[in-house]
Design a protein around this ligand. Sequence first.
Ligand code: DUC
Ligand code: ZN
Ligand code: ZN
Length: 475
Amino acid sequence: MSEFDLIVRGGTIATASDVFLADLGILDGRIVQIGENLTGAGRIIDASGKYVLPGGIDSHVHVAQPSGEGIVMADSFESGTLSALFGGNTTVMPFCLQEKGRPLREALTAYHALAQGNCYIDVSFHLIVSDASDALIGQELPALAADGYASFKVFMTYEDLRLSDADILKTLDVARETGATVMVHCENEDAIRFLIGRHERAGEVSPRAHASTRPVAVEREATHRALSLAEIVDVPIVIVHVSNGEAMEEIARARARGVKVIGETCPQYLMLTADDLDGMDWEGAKFVCSPPPRDKAAQEECWRGIETGVFDLFSSDHCPFRYADEQGKRNPRGLKSFRHIPNGIPGVETRLPILFSEGVMKGRIDLPRFVALAATNHAKTYGLYPQKGTIAIGSDADIAIWDPSESRTIRHVDLHDAADYSPYEGIAVTGWPTTVILGGRIMVDEGKLVGEKGAGAYRPAKPRQSRHNTNTMEI
Ligand code: DUC
Ligand code: ZN
Ligand code: ZN
């Protein structure tokens, strides 16, 4: 009998702290040996000349999420996880949305049913709190955090989702008690409403107005408020999808005061600008997401945040709606006013190739920083580490083998999501994850799908209190 099921031989391995040449020995889904000249396996992958990295963890994706009347999210668990897999990921963390007035458990039951048997990679769930009722705060959230749902997202925008400051404080407080992590979408809804009214009265209803009605001040103010609320409750907080330098300054200032804050940014804030929303024939709708893309200066600021550590997480915020679709970006109401265009863009497959090409290949970040932003910090922040997010003895054998010499031009026809466009169409990248291994099973082999739907499983997350060998804030 072979000592290993699989050996990955001769690759350059990178973790969030080290880069070294070694072989990996994999048995029963886990990494059991890291050494030289390993032999004795059913299958050996020659990784010489390649980078052997932890499988990506995208901790901010939306799939199969209810999105309002007449609107349908493009990706199911099947297409969303397949697309993520081809982009070098082995875990994604989608959001389960509480229906107002209903228990979260009910939404979770439905969400699990959608995921069950349909995933190509592992999944772990965040919970969106839309109704901070006494029952939810007092009983449900504490029980759910203990059951493996250890992160809650709250919104400061969207009429039907926003929480009042009082309800955000309650949610932060239950997170403090339970060791859950709260993610906040920071935009001031009242200010947005005011600006929407002004734009619509002036007849400015095209997609470009989406950006003008959500200016930097809207995000900066809400970021400051969210950080202050976390400071008052004395609990760590994640500020998601940060788009600009002024919001980054709020994060840095809060950190200097001792607030425990994790910052996240996304590819759209590095690669797109508000000018993309100007497209002819409503094409700007393809780039409608919140916060909106800003300008070139903000892109540079976000890169600085990636380089200097303001940001710990780089996520896609994959939130796919088809463009040429009455249930998507070109829905009848959305064609009359930008405010009915569903918010969100696809990007789960292109997140890591963009960061690798623009970050590592252009010398902005080194390989360990790439690994931290791509995988390790996500696992640490959301309670999946060290089972996920690193290459170590005992960790799940979730591995992406990158060919740093593979050059591609991003084309939606080559991607695997169920949207009908990519906001990154035509961008040239160097480096691509050509082989992806999930729990020791080869899923993508030299660019070809060889694994099966259903290989991915639900993975519960640990709240902070029960993590014994990692401190989230040491990222
Ligand atoms: N916030 C997200 O996190 N994703 C898509 C839409 C939004 O507003
Ligand atoms: Zn959001
Ligand atoms: Zn999102």
